[in-house]
Design a protein around this ligand. Structure first.
Ligand code: PLP
Length: 287
């Protein structure tokens, strides 16, 4: 059975899935997206991702392409048809198709909906889990509404490319005050020498990760000390542990930032506990 994609009401072979050349997502990055993991047949944080999708759409005055329950039904159906038990769902909603113009189409056009899935055999390599990953720090050159999960990802694509060229898994973006904002596709965390978990407050300067929110809840349940605040690159260099979080990395240990080893240079126990707690929560959760 060929892999299918959902495009504006139709389940199509992935190789034949197309959108219009005047889709505003394509021309103006006028659209939003979500990525949801499926772990052993269960959606990870589907509810949280749907809530954030609604928020992103609302911030841009884009309507739901279909109601949320129908969207969830389509997602489940695509996952079922594609036989995904471990993998990802990518879903994108744009303002729709209209003759190219910056201002919103009048009258309104129907938002465009695309959903794809991807199977994965493993979410992280054994080497990534055993040794941790490296991070490169770079200036944050993005716009100032990073709280909206838009498809405008050029700064992140450039950052990820730089990171890859430096042999790193991720780039951490740094603001004008020397404070880490977040990774190009993940949130940034450290554990201080005193054992306090630190991650930046959710405002317009970062995307409030759904995984971040779940990890904060789990960290609270584990009784960990938490400080929601920004941290500098220098503080990160001196941290006991560091990690990134996202729908596809969960909590992934960072053991190198630029050319400095973090802690003793191996994945930290708090990171690994949170990662394990996240998997247990998904395994024991709804859906
Ligand atoms: N920050 C940015 C810039 C991202 O692109 C992402 C995910 O793609 C995240 C944080 C993590 O968000 P989530 O945990 O919802 O995947």
């Amino acid at each position: 059975m060929p892999r299918l994609a959902y495009v504006n009401g139709r389940y199509l072979p992935h190789t034949e899935a197309r959108v219009h050349v005047e889709d505003r997502g394509y021309q103006l990055a006028d659209g939003v997206y979500e990525v949801v993991a499926i772990i052993d047949g269960r959606f990870a944080d589907l509810d949280g991702h749907m809530v954030r999708l609604g928020r992103s759409l609302g911030e841009l005055s884009i309507g739901w392409p279909v109601s949320r329950p129908v969207l969830e039904m389509i997602i489940r159906e695509l996952v079922r048809r594609n036989g995904v038990s471990n993998g990802l769902v990518y879903l994108q909603v744009t303002r729709g198709v209209a003759s190219r113009d910056f201002k919103f189409p009048e009258p309104k056009v129907k938002p465009a909906l695309v959903i794809t899935t991807r199977k994965v055999t493993r979410f992280a390599t054994p080497a990534q889990l055993e040794n941790g990953v490296g991070v490169l720090t770079i200036p944050d050159i993005r716009w100032l509404r990073r709280d909206i999960k838009t498809v405008g990802l050029l700064a992140q694509a450039l950052g990820k490319q730089k990171a890859a060229e430096a042999g790193c898994f991720e780039a951490w973006m740094v603001d004008a005050d020397g404070l880490v904002t977040e990774g190009c596709s993940s949130n940034a965390w450290i554990v201080t020498p005193a054992g306090v978990l630190v991650t930046r407050q959710p405002d317009h300067m970062i995307l409030n990760g759904i995984t971040r929110l779940s990890l904060l809840r789990l960290a609270g349940e584990l009784g960990l000390a938490i400080d929601i605040r920004p941290f500098t690159v220098a503080e990160a260099y001196g941290a006991k542990e560091a990690f990134v979080s996202s729908a596809t990395t969960f909590a992934l240990p960072v053991t190198r930032i630029d050319d400095r080893a973090i802690g003793d240079g191996t994945p930290g126990p708090i990171t690994l506990r949170l990662r394990a707690a996240y998997f247990s929560a998904v395994a024991g959760g709804a859906s």
